[in-house]
Design a protein around this ligand. Structure first.
Ligand code: B12
Ligand code: SF4
Length: 612
C-alpha cells in the first residue's frame, strides 16, 4: 500500500503523519493472511527494488497527491503489477483515475478492497459494482457501502508501516487514531461529507480505550483524525472522563468546531486530559464569508470560542480560508488582524481550493473560473481559480503576507521573551516553511503575474503557438525574435519575458515534455556518444555542462552507480523520478503546460480546465 508524498512543503512536513486508510486496509489484509507493507512516502521512500515480488499495489490519493499517485501507478502497471487506487481524490474523479489503475475504489475501502484482493488471489476478477470501477468497463460514481459499526474496523497495525518504528517518525511519536467518521455540517469547500457522510458515526468508548491504552505514556501524543471529535459532546465527555479515571498519561490533539467551547465542562475535561492543541476551522471573521461557505458559525461565536479556549490555556491552531467571492483585501486584513490579536497560537491561512467532491468545485468549474487542472497545486497553498475581488496573484500575495505578519520575527521574539520557547520554535519553523514555499514557488508566482497580461497579447501568443511545433526549444533571444515576428511590440515582448522571467528554455526543459523530449530527443544523441566513451568524471562533467545540464542534474547523473552516462541511460526512469522530485517538476510543469492551457490555449488541455 502506498500513500504518495505531498507535492510541496506544508506545516506538517517536519513531523509527517500518515493517513489511516492504507494502514487500516493493510491491517485487514494482514489479518487475512496476506503479506503487506505500507509506504507513506513522506516517511519512507518508494524504491523500485521493493516491488520485485509484489503482485498488487494499493495506492491512496488526495487531490494534491494525485499527480504523484498516478505517476507511481503508471510505473507499477508497466512492471505488470495490478494497481488499485482509492482515497478522496479518485473517489470523485474515477474517469481520470481509471486511466492509471486496474481498479478504482470509490468511498470507504473496508468493505470492498479486501474482497477484491481475495478474489484476485483466487484468480477471479470482479465486475464493476457499487464502490468499484474496473478498467475497461463503464465508469460510475456509486460509492461503496460505508462501515456501519466502526468497532468492526481492526486496530491499525503500525508495524506494517515502513519507517514508523515503534510509532516513532523522525524522533516524534504522534499516534494517529480515528474515533469517529463523518460530520453533520456541510461547508462548501469540504469533501468530508460526501466521502464519509453527514451522519456522525463513532466508535464505542470501550473500543477507543482499547486503542489508546497501549499508548498510555507521556511520550505519546495522540492525534485524533476525527473531522469534528466534539460533534457528539456527550460521547466525547464520557470518553474523556474515562481517560481521567484510567489515568491516561498521553497528550492529545484533535479537530473540533468552535462551538465546542460553549461547553465549559467539556473544556475542563479537555484540559484535565492534556489536550495539547485543538485544530479549529475558523475560516473567516467576515460574516458574509461565513454565510457563503455555509459554516454555521458567527464571527461573535468565533471570538467568544477562542477566548474560552485561551482562558483554559488550551492552544488553538486556527485554520482559515481565503478567497471566497465575499472576500476582499480589506476583509482578509481584518481576519489576519483577528488571528494575530486573538491569542490563537498557530495558524494556517489556506487558499480556497476547488477540491473535487465539493460544492466549490462544482460552482467554480461550471463558471469556467478554474484555471489549472494540475492537482499538485490543490493543497490550499496555491491559487487555482479566478477570484471575484482579487487578481489571482493578489490573493496569493495576501496569503503569503498573512503568514509573514502572523509569524513575524517580532512576534517570535515576544514569544521567546515570555519564555514560550516551544511556541517560539514553532514560529521559527513556520517562518522557514514560508521561506521554503516562496523559494520553490518563484515560477508559480511568475506564472500568476504572467496571467495579468492583456487578452490581446494572449490571443496573439495563442496564434503563435498554434502554428508551431511545441517540441522546439527556444532560447531567450530566439523567443524574443519569434515574438517579434508576431509583430508584438518591444514593450510587450519585454512584459512577457520579464513577467515569466523567461528562462523559457528552462521551463521548457523541465516539463514532462522536457523529460521525454529534451532529455530523450535533444540530448539523447549526444549522451549516447558520451555513454560509449565512458569518460572520466571531470571530462564528463565538462561535457554535460556544455550540453546545458544544470548542476543538480549533473550531480544526479554522476551519482549513479558506475558514473557513466551509459548507466544513467539504463536506469533512466529512476533518474527521471529523482530529477522530478529534485527540481519540483510539478510546479514547473504546471508553469509551462498551463501557460499553454490557459493562455496559449492548446485545445485539448484548455477544454479540460474549462477555459476557452
Ligand atoms: C489527518 C489529516 C491530515 C494530516 C495528515 C495528512 C497526510 N498524511 O496526508 C495533516 C494534518 C498533515 C493534513 C494536511 C492536509 N490535509 Co488533511 N486530512 C486529514 C484527515 C483529518 C484524516 C485522514 C485520515 O486518516 N482519515 C481516515 C482514513 C480512514 O481515511 P482515508 O485515509 O481517506 O482512507 C479511506 C478511504 O479514503 C479509502 N482509501 C484511502 N486510500 C485508499 C487506497 C486504496 C487502495 C483503497 C482501495 C481505498 C483507499 O479507504 C479508506 C478506509 O475507508 C482528513 C479528513 C478525513 N476524514 O479523512 C483530511 C483530508 C485528507 N485532508 C485534506 C486536505 C485538503 C489537507 C491539506 C491540503 C490541507 C492543508 N493545507 O492543511 C493538507 C495536505 C497535506 C499533504 N499531505 O499534502 C482533505 C483532502 C481532500 C482532497 N480531496 O484531497 C481531507 C479529506 C479533509 C477535507 N476537509 O476535505 N491532513
Ligand atoms: S469543514 Fe469541518 S465542519 Fe465543515 S463540513 Fe468539513 S469537517 Fe464538517
Amino acid at each position: 500500500m502506498i500513500e504518495p508524498k505531498s507535492p510541496d512543503v506544508h506545516i506538517f512536513s517536519l513531523t509527517p503523519v500518515p493517513r489511516l486508510g492504507t494502514i487500516i486496509l493493510g491491517t485487514i489484509l494482514k489479518e487475512r493472511g496476506f503479506d503487506v507493507a505500507v509506504i507513506a512516502e513522506e516517511i519512507h521512500p518508494v524504491k523500485d527494488e521493493y516491488f520485485q515480488d509484489v503482485q498488487l499495489v494499493g495506492i491512496s490519493s488526495t487531490t494534491s497527491t494525485a499527480v504523484r499517485a498516478y505517476a507511481l501507478a503508471d510505473r507499477l502497471r508497466e512492471k505488470g503489477i495490478t494497481v488499485v487506487m482509492g482515497g478522496p481524490h479518485v473517489t470523485f474523479m474515477p474517469e481520470e483515475a481509471i486511466n492509471h489503475a486496474d481498479y478504482v475504489v470509490l468511498g470507504e475501502g473496508e468493505n470492498i478492497f479486501p474482497e477484491l484482493v481475495e478474489a484476485l488471489d483466487r484468480g477471479e476478477t470482479l465486475k464493476s459494482q457499487p464502490g468499484l470501477v474496473v478498467r475497461g468497463e463503464e465508469v460510475h460514481h456509486v460509492h461503496a457501502q460505508r462501515v456501519k459499526n466502526l468497532d468492526d474496523i481492526p486496530i491499525p497495525d503500525f508495524s506494517i508501516v515502513m519507517g514508523m518504528n515503534d510509532c516513532k517518525v523522525r524522533g516524534t511519536r504522534v499516534i494517529p487514531i480515528q474515533a469517529s467518521r463523518g460530520c453533520p455540517f456541510d461547508c462548501c469547500f469540504c469533501s468530508v461529507t460526501d466521502m464519509f457522510g453527514r451522519k456522525f458515526r463513532h466508535k464505542s468508548i470501550e473500543r477507543v480505550l482499547q486503542e489508546v491504552e497501549k499508548f498510555n505514556s507521556k511520550k505519546y501524543n495522540i492525534f485524533f483524525y476525527d473531522d469534528n471529535i466534539a460533534a457528539d459532546k456527550k460521547w466525547l465527555k464520557e470518553l474523556l472522563r474515562e481517560f481521567v479515571k484510567r489515568e491516561m498519561k498521553f497528550s492529545w490533539c484533535a479537530q473540533v468546531r468552535i462551538d465546542a467551547a460553549k461547553d465549559e465542562e467539556l473544556l475542563d475535561l479537555m484540559k484535565a486530559t492534556r489536550c495539547q492543541t485543538v485544530f479549529i476551522g475558523i475560516e473567516s471573521l467576515n460574516p458574509d464569508t461565513l454565510k457563503a461557505m455555509n459554516k454555521n458559525q458567527t464571527a461573535e461565536e468565533i471570538k467568544q470560542g477562542v477566548a474560552a479556549f485561551n482562558a483554559k490555556k488550551i492552544p488553538v491552531h486556527g485554520m482559515f480560508v481565503f478567497g471566497l467571492d465575499t472576500d476582499t483585501p480589506e476583509t482578509l486584513k481584518g481576519t489576519i488582524s483577528f488571528a494575530k490579536y486573538s491569542g490563537i497560537t498557530t495558524v494556517q491561512f489556506l487558499i480556497l481550493t476547488p477540491l473535487p467532491g465539493t460544492r466549490t468545485y462544482k460552482e467554480l468549474k461550471s463558471q469556467g473560473r478554474i484555471f489549472t487542472d494540475d492537482w499538485s497545486l490543490y493543497d490550499g497553498h496555491h491559487v487555482t481559480f479566478q477570484p471575484e475581488n482579487f487578481s489571482p496573484v493578489k490573493l496569493q500575495e495576501m496569503q503569503v503576507w498573512g503568514h509573514n505578519k502572523f509569524y513575524s520575527i517580532w512576534r517570535l521574539i515576544k514569544k521567546f521573551m515570555k519564555g514560550k520557547f516551544i511556541d517560539a520554535a514553532i514560529y521559527a519553523y513556520a517562518k522557514n516553511i514560508n521561506r521554503l514555499w516562496k523559494k520553490s514557488n518563484k515560477f508559480f508566482m511568475n506564472y500568476l503575474n504572467f496571467m495579468s497580461i492583456s487578452e490581446e497579447l494572449t490571443r496573439r501568443i495563442k496564434a503563435f503557438f498554434d502554428i508551431n511545433e511545441d517540441t522546439r526549444v527556444f532560447s531567450r533571444v530566439e523567443l524574443a525574435y519569434q515574438f517579434k515576428k508576431l509583430t508584438l511590440s518591444q514593450e510587450e515582448i519585454k512584459t512577457i519575458i520579464n513577467n515569466a522571467k523567461i528562462t523559457i528554455k528552462d521551463w521548457y526543459e523541465i516539463t514532462e515534455d522536457t523529460i521525454d523530449k529534451v532529455k530523450h530527443q535533444i540530448c539523447a544523441d549526444k549522451l549516447k556518444v558520451l555513454a560509449n566513451k565512458s569518460l572520466p568524471e571531470v571530462e564528463l562533467k565538462q561535457e554535460l555542462k556544455k550540453m546545458d545540464f544544470k548542476q543538480e542534474e549533473i550531480n544526479v547523473i554522476l551519482n549513479q552507480t558506475d558514473r557513466k552516462v551509459k548507466a544513467w541511460f539504463e536506469i533512466n526512469e529512476e533518474v527521471i523520478e529523482n530529477l522530478k522530485s529534485k527540481i519540483n517538476i510539478n510546479r514547473l510543469k504546471m508553469f509551462s503546460n498551463q501557460v499553454f492551457c490557459t493562455f496559449i490555449g492548446s485545445t485539448e488541455r484548455s477544454s479540460q480546465s474549462g477555459k476557452s
